[in-house]
Write a protein that binds this ligand. Structure first.
Ligand code: GCU
Length: 399
């Protein structure tokens, strides 16, 4: 947990992901996708809130000459919910000047929008423009020292350099990451069904951001990537499994409930997760967490639901808590589905990073954080897959 150990690079001496994926059924029979998603909902995650209303405001220009005039920083309100308990949060987006059909990265963050866009007057939690108090400069310095330079601040200039627009929202502004507050917040959203867990609700928030951004002609609807770290990397995987409009996924250090195999005995494990973060998963998850062998699937099935769209899985050698080794074994098992679609799939080497592979596994030294090397790897992956318009849009290839 403290990052003092190293994840094993040995995969041959550990069990392959089980149960096996029925690759033929998954790529040829839409009913198999429905069945798998049903299993994920019934056991760990609860319902995806299909059809839960999403509405959004016009853009407000926050900084007309953002990054020394390279673009604009804008903000909109997104509202999700069917009842009086509908909830509103702010999506902040940086558009490069003259953007026409630009690809976009949509991030969901731990840090507030004030921390993601430091020193910019985006709206803070109290409804006023962010001030130094909201940036929490000192607290921010400590967090960055432990969890990496980019754990909060978005390096928008680098995304601009690669030709991407960048949008971001703070997940807890929608549903608080708090075991007491989350339940009533979810229930208040209404809908039939209601989101079955906080991870499902955060996943749906990615989807709501896609709905809002698709309406903007500056962006290319066929090149929309989502990005999440850790708990938000879990939500990103769920969002892409349920929403075919998502064209590529960066899921960084997602761990248990994300890309790590629930049957793996190393790392956090689901039994610890349901104790510390009971709101993330559905109430039904506790029984499976106590005995993961009872699960009728494992996380390679979740990854496989994203194929053939490009998927990046970020890992770090000392991030043993999120179990890079079992995430690799999940990726190897899921890779068969990418290959069956005629894509490259994953190379059989845990240390080999190929950003152009459709399922790209990245392992660096260091711990649970977002550092320079991660951003470089994210950008290499994004440029390889969405840097130029694909001949056949990813969403048309997706079932
Ligand atoms: C905790 C939790 C992990 C999670 C991580 C994070 O460590 O146990 O499951 O991924 O927080 O979100 O940073």
């Amino acid at each position: 947990m403290l990052g003092l150990n190293y994840a094993s690079l040995d995969t041959d001496n550990k069990p392959a992901a089980t149960p096996p994926i029925d690759v033929t059924a998954l790529i040829s029979d839409p009913a198999e996708r429905v069945r798998l998603k049903g299993l994920l909902e019934e056991t760990l995650y609860g319902s995806w809130p299909e059809g839960l209303p999403v509405s959004f405001s016009d853009w407000r220009i926050i900084v007309p000459d953002y990054l020394e005039g390279r673009g604009t920083l804008e903000e909109m309100d997104i509202t999700i919910g069917a009842d009086a308990g509908a909830r509103t949060f702010q999506l902040v987006a940086a558009f490069p000047n003259g953007a026409v059909q630009a690809p976009v990265v949509i991030a969901q963050t731990f840090g507030s929008n004030c921390a993601t866009f430091p020193e910019q007057p985006v709206t803070s939690l109290d409804g006023d423009p962010c001030t130094i108090r909201d940036f929490g400069k000192f607290a921010g310095m400590i967090i960055s020292a432990v969890f990496g330079e980019y754990i909060a601040e978005a390096p928008v200039d680098l995304y601009f350099d690669a030709g991407f627009a960048y949008a971001s929202f703070h997940a807890s502004d929608f549903i608080p990451d708090d075991k007491d507050e989350a339940g009533p917040a979810l229930e208040g959203l209404g809908g039939d069904p209601n989101p079955g867990s906080v991870l499902m609700a955060w996943a749906y928030a990615f989807s709501a951001a896609v709905t809002a951004l698709e309406a903007d002609e500056r962006l290319d609807n066929e090149r929309m990537a989502i990005l999440g770290h850790s708990r938000h990397g879990k939500a990103a995987l769920l969002a892409a499994a349920w929403d075919p409009r998502i064209d590529a996924v960066i899921s960084h250090q997602s761990g248990f409930g994300g890309a790590a195999l629930s049957r793996s005995p190393s790392g956090e494990r689901l039994d610890r997760m349901v104790k510390s973060y009971p709101h993330w998963l559905a109430p039904s998850a506790a029984a499976y967490a106590a005995d993961p062998a009872r699960l009728p699937f494992d996380q390679h099935h979740l990854l496989a639901l994203i194929a053939p769209r490009p998927l990046f899985l970020g890992n770090a050698r000392r991030d043993v808590w999120s179990d890079p080794n079992s995430s690799y074994r999940a990726a190897i098992a899921a890779s068969k589905v990418w290959k069956a679609y005629g894509e490259t799939g994953l190379k059989d080497d845990i240390t080999h990073f190929d950003p152009a592979a459709d399922i790209a596994y990245f392992l660096r030294p260091g711990g649970h954080s977002i550092v320079d090397d991660d951003i470089e790897a994210f950008l290499a992956f994004l440029s390889a897959h969405l840097g130029t318009k694909p001949e056949l849009p990813n969403r048309m290839r997706a079932p």
